[in-house]
Design a protein around this ligand. Structure first.
Ligand code: S3P
Length: 428
């Protein structure tokens, strides 16, 4: 699909909710599918990635009923999974394929996993190697580096794994495998990554410990079905937060957004740049959440690096757009991981924003942006990457003239009503 967007003359106004958190929705399906008894999920994200997770577990024999944002799973425990009679297709979802590898690592049947063109280019060896070390029979193209992958589980032994990237997907895959291993499994992270798996495992009755950057669990633990409430996705809210910050005269309220501190880097950075963002009705739960109030404001450049990067990795495309509207220089570094996301996000962000007139340069591990620039509408491409598509849509609302965005259907991956919500807030 191609969309045509143009500059909004008035600011964004109104109150809105964003769809459920993608990371939490995936984990709720995965843990509910290997738990004993009934699990319900309210606030589930019915985006293409999470629907791929449901489809994979249905093909593994799990009874899952989904209606919009409500899901019911009748889990039979890990031994309830059965050999699929087709190749499991994860579509565009890195979280699905990597966490599934962990779940399937000890099964006594054969599974093959594949995904779309982007998935088949993303590194899988970061999960294949530690699982092989634990005892799984797993392989893939180019010595296990890429999907399609094949897995025939094995008898697993718990081990200590020191990760060289801060990746919640790798950490989660190893911890899920650790549930079925003999002895203890420990993951040591270089920086803390999102901790939704650890929080949700506890909710399903698993004993798991964190000591600084070390997370450990013992094997042979049972998961018991439970009721999960998924808060709004801060990564989706981030597009609206930035839009309301950089479009003059805006004031919006986003209700019930997840505020897990391993995910709120975008709020910290925007505030540091001068954004007017307030949190109201903060509530503690398994996953903390609250309402976010954003008023338009002027921004200054900043530097983003080190342990902040995993807390905002998915928000870098929209932060880069914010930086084009900030006075002075913004440096984003230590973010090589951007190269192995749904697209190479250093290349795609830089190329597309440059085309709209931004002063932005790629560096080896990030980008440098000089603002403030008046952006100009033109023809852009989101390279089938949902976060690039949403960033370019927000850029279009700010740009002089018309913007045409090609391949915009990828937005359905994480925020199917995004363009409708933007139109609502623009008063259209
Ligand atoms: C995710 C973890 C992050 C993030 C991705 C979702 C998750 O990836 O970029 O969108 O749900 O665990 P990495 O673990 O590869 O950093």
């Amino acid at each position: 699909m191609t969309v045509h967007l143009r500059k909004v003359n008035k600011g964004l106004k109104g109150q809105i909710t964003v769809p459920g958190d993608k990371s939490i929705s995936h984990r709720a399906i995965i843990l509910g599918s290997i738990a004993l008894g009934k699990t319900t999920i309210a606030g589930f994200l019915p985006g293409n990635d999470c629907l791929s997770t449901i489809e994979c577990f249905k093909n593994l024999g799990v009874d899952i009923k989904q209606h919009n944002d409500f899901v019911e799973i009748n889990g039979k425990g890990i031994t309830g999974l059965t050999e699929p009679n087709c190749i499991l297709n994860v579509g565009n979802s890195g979280t699905t394929i990597r966490l599934l590898m962990g779940v399937l690592s000890h099964t006594n049947f054969y599974t093959s996993l594949t995904g779309d063109e982007s998935i088949c280019k993303r590194p899988m060896d970061r999960v294949v190697h530690p699982l092989k070390q634990m005892g799984t029979n797993i392989d893939g193209r180019v010595h296990g580096r890429y999907a399609p992958l094949s897995i025939r589980g094995g008898d697993l032994k718990g081990q200590i794994h020191r990760l060289n990237v801060a990746s919640a997907q790798v950490k989660s895959a190893i911890l899920l495998a650790g549930l079925f291993a003999t002895g203890g499994t420990t993951v040591v992270e270089p920086y803390q990554s999102r901790d939704h798996t650890e929080r949700m495992l506890k909710k399903f009755g698993v004993k798991i410990n964190r000591d600084g950057l070390r997370i450990s669990l013992l094997g042979n633990q049972k998961l018991i079905g439970t009721n999960i409430i998924v808060p709004g996705d801060i990564s989706s809210a981030a597009f609206l937060i930035v839009a309301a910050t950089i479009i003059p005269n805006s004031k919006i309220i986003i209700k019930n957004v997840g505020l897990n501190p391993t995910r709120t880097g975008v709020i910290d950075v925007l505030k540091q740049m001068g954004a007017n963002i307030k949190i109201m009705n903060y509530r503690e739960a398994e996953e903390p959440y609250g309402d976010i109030i954003v008023t338009a404001s002027s921004l200054s450049g900043t530097t983003i690096s080190g342990d902040l990067i995993p807390k905002l990795i998915d928000e870098i495309p929209i932060i880069a757009l914010a930086a084009t509207q900030a006075k002075g220089k913004t440096i984003i570094k230590d973010a090589e991981e951007l190269k192995v996301k749904e697209s190479n996000r250093i290349d795609t962000v830089v190329k597309q924003l440059k085309q709209m007139g931004a002063h932005i340069t790629a560096i080896e591990d990030g980008m440098i942006i000089n603002g403030k620039t008046n952006l100009i509408g033109t023809d852009v491409d989101c390279y089938k990457d949902h976060r690039i598509g949403m960033m370019l849509s927000v850029a279009a609302l700010l740009s002089e003239g018309d913007t045409t965005i090609k391949n915009s259907d990828c937005i359905n991956i994480s925020y199917p009503n995004f363009l409708k919500d933007l139109a609502f807030l623009s008063g259209k």
